[in-house]
Design a protein around this ligand. Structure first.
Ligand code: C2E
Ligand code: CA
Ligand code: CA
Ligand code: CA
Length: 278
């Protein structure tokens, strides 16, 4: 019924502008695309501060639209969240990541963790954490093989549903990272209250380094994070100057175009092969 109403709207409202038309078109196309599994994951490497050794990957989704090319997540994740389709898409993403991890485990005999971005709406279903664990078990994976990333604003806005499931995942060995730290109503007390293993400092905090004010904020966050035993990832590191500053200020991991762009599964596998045999 929803699809028919949408079609009628397109038909009767000739004044609808191009942007709205495109948005509606994406929403309608998304459902078909999820069923047809037109999505793939790229894997951006993460490195240890100091040694610059590979420590894991972040999975980033792309929509491969037949005839239209590759669509970036900013162009469809918000639409998927508006329509509720993020739940089915999120399940598909978790399945794709688990399958890739199984492939790598079979090939190498061991793994480095892959972090998957999870929308807060996926936590609306109280069975989410249990299903994630079941998915790992179905692929014969240790729980530690997968991590999840959840944004700060999302965690705050959905605390009641998110908190118990994060605690469940943590107790089962699935680590959670607080993503995009420094963009929302950031508060350092959040770091203490959430059952997380990692905090990821948003690119907007890393970009101005080594400028003094940004450095002070990064330094304070690192000090508290370290006292809580957290990993602190500098995101969006694009220059060696930023990398050195982030390392000097106490970040424990680096991620960004300087050290590695998002890679195809094949290229990520080659990087992993090198790291595991080193
Ligand atoms: P994010 O989780 O903060 O991911 C980091 C984004 O920054 C990625 O963009 C990545 O390609 C980009 N990036 C990494 N290093 C650099 C750098 O050095 N400089 C710059 N300028 N950019 C860098 P991408 O892949 O387009 O993803 C954008 C956002 O879409 C993600 O932000 C995340 O919020 C969302 N997203 C991506 N994949 C998924 C997914 O599987 N599920 C969900 N729910 N959201 C996803
Ligand atoms: Ca992320
Ligand atoms: Ca981020
Ligand atoms: Ca982001």
């Amino acid at each position: 019924a929803k699809g028919r109403a949408g079609a009628a709207y397109i038909f009767f409202d000739s004044a609808m502008n191009g942007a709205t038309r495109t948005r509606l078109e994406i929403e309608q196309a998304l459902g078909r695309a999820i069923a047809a599994r037109e999505f793939l994951l790229e894997y951006q490497p993460k490195f240890a501060a100091g040694s610059r050794k590979l420590v894991g990957f972040e999975a980033l989704v792309r929509w491969e639209r037949p005839g239209l090319g590759r669509v970036p997540p900013v162009d469809f994740i918000p639409a998927a969240e508006r329509t509720g389709q993020i739940k089915a898409l999120g399940e598909l993403i978790l399945e794709l990541a688990a399958r890739q991890l199984r492939g790598w485990l079979q090939r190498f005999g061991r793994l480095l963790p892959v972090a998957v971005n999870v929308s807060p709406l996926q936590f609306e279903d109280a069975g989410f954490s249990a299903r994630l664990l079941a998915g790992l078990q179905a692929q014969g994976l240790p729980h530690e093989a997968m991590e999840i990333e959840i944004t700060e604003t999302a965690a705050i806005g959905h605390l009641g549903r998110v908190l118990p499931q994060l605690a469940h995942l943590k107790s089962a060995g699935v680590h959670c990272a607080l993503d995009d730290f420094g963009t929302g109503q950031s508060s350092l007390t959040m770091l203490r209250q959430l059952p997380i293993a990692t905090v990821k400092l948003d690119r907007s905090m890393i970009d101005p380094l080594p400028e003094a004010q940004a450095a002070a904020v990064v330094s304070a966050t690192c000090a508290l994070g370290r006292s809580l035993g957290l990993q602190i990832v500098a995101e969006g590191v694009e220059t060696e100057t930023q990398a050195r500053a982030a390392e000097a200020l106490g970040c424990t991991q680096l991620q960004g175009y300087l050290l590695g762009r998002p890679l195809s599964a094949e290229a990520a596998g080659e990087l992993l092969a090198g790291a595991l045999s080193a």
